[in-house]
Design a protein around this ligand. Structure first.
Ligand SMILES: Nc1ncnc2c1ncn2[C@@H]1O[C@H](COP(=O)(O)OP(=O)(O)OP(=O)(O)O)[C@@H](O)[C@H]1O
Ligand SMILES: [Mg+2]
Length: 406
């Protein structure tokens, strides 16, 4: 049996094709009524299964046209479509001479059985070839009614969907605003807390430093070597704590205040930062390569802080290198334009890379490379405030690359 399947959905055609081919039929396809007419004329199938709503020419018009051809008008024609307005379509289909109107979707075996049953019944009644074609006027009247109802139905459906989408959208927006303001206020609290804690801790720490200094100066002779060693450790620890408090203050400064959005010449900023480093460490020879024309939109003051830390790190961790190279260049990260600071310094083991963006996390010893471990944490906060991201990649002994977007 040769079956013509007419449907604008390629998938639906495929499902029907597999089903009927599996039962040994030869299947030909068309994507709309107009193509259906052409294929029907060329192939003269034994059965047509057609969708209703299709572009160019829909199923009703297809059947109506088909009935005008003597050699085609007796072919059993089964509508297989998802119904919107129910009986009215089935009525028009019957009036046009369709064998049946089946509602999509059906299980493949169900569809096959049903088609078989319909064909057998049709054969028995032997009325198909005699059905005269419907008059054009009559067809147009019924057809326009069906189409109008269907359109109304569709418009109503779309309006409802639209309304519920708008409602959902409004609700989501409201929730985002609410959550954002909760988050902002929690962040503000946290920042204020860390600011005041580090501020308030300074006074007792100053006492600790002052008195241990007095102890060292006035009573050193009365302490033995071990006592003096303990005292020195206390003093070192309190200095370290003062440094950490400074770092926390610096960190909270990087997220305070309004964020400016201006055009920033990152190339110029990078050269400025590198110049400062070179002046502060004239003994270091670093081959610095800054790409021209790097531009970003953001807060110039904060972006300078980012470069100070990144170029500063590259500078610091290339110290042992005979020929230190630090490069700052534009790049791409997940389809967004990004910037990178790369060095050929000591690098590190990538297993701990994520931790480095938290305060006080370091991979190198103080005596080897001094630092507080706050730079990358500050960089991350500033970049996040700009809506960007940052990552660090490294290999032991082969250097590091920090990439960021803003
Ligand atoms: N370019 C780099 N090469 C090798 N290791 C790096 C590099 N940048 C960062 N790191 C590792 O990440 C750690 C954290 O960096 P971060 O800038 O936060 O702190 P720091 O430089 O040690 O101290 P601070 O920046 O507060 O002076 C460093 O101690 C180092 O172990
Ligand atoms: Mg640093």
């Amino acid at each position: 049996m040769k079956v013509l399947v007419v449907d604008d959905s390629r998938n639906d055609r495929k499902v029907i094709r597999y089903n009927f081919e599996w039962h040994g039929c030869h299947v030909v396809e068309a994507a709309n009524g107009k193509q259906g007419l052409e294929v029907a004329a060329a192939e003269v199938p034994d059965l047509i299964i057609s969708d209703c709503l299709m572009p160019v020419m829909d199923g009703f018009r297809f059947l109506h046209e088909l009935k005008k051809f003597k050699e085609l008008n007796a072919i059993p024609f089964i509508f297989y479509s998802a119904i919107y307005t129910g009986s009215r379509e089935a009525e028009l289909a019957a009036a046009l001479g369709a064998t049946a109107f089946l509602e999509k979707p059906m299980r493949p075996d169900e569809l096959w059985d049903e088609v078989g049953r319909l064909l057998a019944a049709e054969l028995a009644s032997e009325r198909e070839a005699q059905a005269p074609p419907m008059h054009e006027e009559e067809f147009l009247r019924d057809y326009s009614q069906v189409v109008a109802t269907r359109l109304e139905e569709k418009v109503r459906e779309l309006t409802e969907e639209n309304e519920s989408l708008l409602r959902l959208n409004g609700e989501l927006e409201r929730r985002v605003v609410e959550r954002t303001s909760q988050l902002e206020s929690a962040n503000r609290d946290l920042e204020m807390f860390s600011y005041s804690v580090s501020h308030d801790l300074r006074a007792p720490l100053r006492h600790l430093e002052g008195f241990s200094q007095a102890l060292a100066e006035e009573y050193a002779a009365k302490l033995n070597t071990i006592g003096n060693d303990y005292l020195e450790r206390i003093r070192r620890s309190s200095r370290r704590m003062a440094d950490m408090l400074d770092a926390i203050l610096e960190l909270s400064r990087s997220v305070r205040g309004k964020l400016a959005r201006e055009d920033v010449d990152l190339s110029a900023l990078a050269r400025e930062v590198a110049g400062q480093l070179a002046r502060s460490q004239p003994e270091r020879k670093v081959d610095l390569r800054v790409a021209e024309g790097m531009a970003a939109r953001g807060d110039a003051r904060l972006l300078k802080v980012v470069l100070e830390h990144l170029v500063g790190n590259a500078w610091k961790f290339t110290q042992p290198q005979e020929h230190a190279v630090v490069e700052i260049f534009p790049t791409e990260w997940e389809g967004h334009s990004a910037f990178a600071v790369r060095d050929n310094g000591v690098g590190f083991d990538m297993a701990y890379a994520e931790k480095l963006f938290s305060p006080f996390q370091r991979m190198h010893g103080q005596d080897e490379f001094p630092g507080r471990g706050i730079g990358l944490a500050i960089v991350k906060r500033i970049v996040s405030r700009h809506g960007g991201k940052v990552k660090i990649e490294a290999e032991v002994g082969r250097g590091s690359t920090v990439t960021f977007t803003v």
